[in-house]
Design a protein around this ligand. Structure first.
Ligand code: ZN
Ligand code: ZN
Length: 592
């Protein structure tokens, strides 16, 4: 570590100041800070102060965060040392600070820079090490002196408490309102306009409500004897007819008023306001404020409830989780890949001789510059792969994970981590409340002592936690216990667990092969019924996972290089840190 420089506080009008390189930093997060100063105002004030100090205008750079950046977010130091979201402009600023191109950082108030003890510590530590000064509210914070540090700690703690308090208040207020059928945010949408902030009332717009009713009607029943339309068809028809559905919000101009986007149609269809309900944090609350007069003058919902519910059911059927275009929503869609080309399989309906329809996995990458010959893969019934996963694969995954957990003492580490996290949360809480409480009874020297002590305790805890987190290897693997009842879980959850357990699940021409995220093969050969054998069921079945097959299954890949290439193309993020032989083991033997 560099030796920290002792710096005398900057004085106003010191002629030497004209040589200093200055950065102004401004931030406004709109969510909770409606009444704080805008970025322009902050910058203007800083520029005034800069004049008083005698900084040269040519030496000043301004960093203005886009809206919504939070004061307890860190910066990206290029080495990923800080968790969580990063503030982009702060990251740029800190890069200049690190490279020694900045002498002074100016902010309107310290809470623009940090709203949390952790962030304050990290920032000021670098400032001290690099000899950079911080000016807030027109004066040098003197981060190089004990007094300045203490002030920064108290500011950070107070700001944090204020922020926690305010967001808690806002949350409670919103929930309170929603439960009473009141609006917890601006209710303007197609068909309704807010009568103004605080009025808790809307004006219905009859013309727009007609469009809303028509969207629901088209989606569920169709029009003029035609069948129901899909979302895209509705959007296209509206565009042809020149119907407009865009609503311009406050401070927001509609970019293409003549365009109708499918997302706009979807927004209309999922808006429960048309069914007389207000949605808050995923829950829906009935409210009379959204009822409109019907033909007989009585109040009713914009869209009849039965029609609304019918639309919701149709939407559920058409929502495909994960990638689009792979066929119907399914446990293994976007997980199952082709054993030849390594790209995802799609599901296809196949009509059988007896008239029944079965779904099967098949490789559809037959065109393009790298067509798949399908020689290294076989079509297989989706249902069979599903039950194989439930009956044979998941118990095996469970057993392997169980063994991994006990062999690495992962259970113990996880417990330790939870305990540390709890302690750290308590310590942070204590730090905020104690400092604020003591600031009224202790003098600044005593308080500085307490602040330092509390901070050191917290830093020790943070270091300890980081250490334990590192020891818990591959934290993304599921816990073994989660895999026990895979079959009973909701589809999305089961899918997520499989995705975290498997790097890929390939249909080769010899059988099914799964590669776990902890690097083991699980292979099961296909069992083919003899020629001429008549059956109602599929002729191709999957055997249980076989240890011998698992050892030799690398040879089931007709073109391992193509497979790896397809995988890298299909899931680049997961493949980035893997060598070829980690994707398919056979390539390791060739390389060795
Ligand atoms: Zn557009
Ligand atoms: Zn293929």
């Amino acid at each position: 570590m560099r030796k920290e420089r002792e710096l005398a506080p900057l004085q106003w009008g010191d002629p030497m100041n004209a040589t200093l390189r200055v950065a102004i930093y401004a931030r406004k997060s709109t969510a909770t800070e409606g009444k704080s100063h805008s970025c322009e105002e902050q910058i203007e004030r800083c520029l005034q102060d800069a004049k008083s100090f005698g900084f040269a205008e040519a030496n000043i750079v301004v960093f203005e965060e886009p809206e919504g950046q939070k004061g307890d977010w860190y910066w990206d130091d290029g080495r990923g040392r800080h968790d969580g979201p990063c503030r982009p402009e702060l990251s740029k600023l800190m890069r200049l600070v690190e490279s020694g191109d900045i002498d002074v950082v100016m902010v309107y108030k310290a809470d623009r820079f940090y709203r949390d003890n952790g962030v304050a510590d990290a920032l000021l530590k670098r400032f001290r090490e690099l000899g950079v000064r911080l000016i807030a509210q027109g004066r040098d914070v003197e981060v190089h002196s004990a007094r300045g540090l203490y002030q920064a700690a108290v500011d950070g703690a107070a700001a944090r408490q204020w922020r926690d308090q305010i967001s808690e208040d806002i949350r409670r207020d919103h929930r309170f309102k929603a439960e009473r059928g009141m609006f917890s945010r601006n209710p303007s949408c197609l068909g309704f306009r807010s009568k103004g902030r605080g009025t808790q009332a809307v004006d219905p717009i009859p013309d727009e409500l007609e469009i809303v009713r028509r969207v629901f009607g088209l989606f569920v029943h169709g029009e003029n004897g035609e069948g129901p339309l899909g979302i895209t068809a509705i959007a296209n028809r509206f565009m042809d007819e020149g119907v407009r559905v865009a609503v311009s919000a406050k401070n927001h101009r509609v970019k293409h008023p003549d365009k109708v986007h499918t997302s706009q149609i979807r927004t209309i269809l999922t808006n429960c306001m048309y069914a007389g309900r207000w949605r808050h944090l995923g829950r829906e609350f009935e409210t009379e404020r959204l009822l409109v007069p019907g033909f007989d003058g009585e109040l009713e919902t914009v869209v009849p409830l039965a029609l609304y519910e019918a639309a919701q059911r149709k939407l559920e059927r058409s929502t495909v989780p994960g990638r689009k275009g792979l066929g119907l929503a399914h446990l293994l869609t976007s997980i199952a890949v082709c054993g030849e080309c390594g790209r995802p399989l799609r599901t296809q309906q196949r009509k059988r001789g007896d008239g029944t329809v079965r779904l099967q996995f098949i490789c559809s990458h037959l065109r393009g510059d790298r067509p798949c010959s399908r020689k290294g893969t076989r079509a297989i019934q989706v249902e069979l792969v599903d039950s194989w996963v439930f009956e044979h694969l998941s118990p095996l995954l469970w057993a392997q994970l169980k063994q991994l957990e006990s062999s690495t003492g992962r259970d113990g580490l996880l417990e330790k981590k939870t305990a540390l996290e709890r302690k750290l949360a308590e310590q942070r809480e204590r730090e905020s409340t104690e400092l604020v409480r003591l600031s009224t009874v202790l003098d600044s020297v005593q308080l500085a002592g307490v602040a330092t002590e509390l901070r050191e305790e917290r830093i020790a805890l943070e270091a300890n936690l980081a250490d334990v987190s590192r020891q818990i290897a591959t934290p993304n693997q599921p816990d073994a216990s989660e895999l026990l009842d895979l079959r009973d879980l909701p589809l999305a959850k089961a899918k997520e667990l499989i995705r975290r357990s498997l790097l890929w699940l390939a249909m080769t021409h010899r059988g099914v092969v799964a590669m776990t995220t902890w690097g083991t093969y699980c292979a099961a050969p296909f069992v083919e019924a003899p020629k001429g054998y008549k059956t109602q069921e599929s002729k191709r079945r999957i055997a249980p996972v076989c240890p011998v097959a698992s050892l030799g299954c690398a040879s089931w890949f007709v073109n391992p290089d193509e497979f790896v290439r397809g995988q890298r193309e299909y899931q680049p993020a997961r493949m980035r840190n893997l060598a070829d032989h980690e994707v398919v083991h056979t390539l390791w033997r060739e390389a060795a």
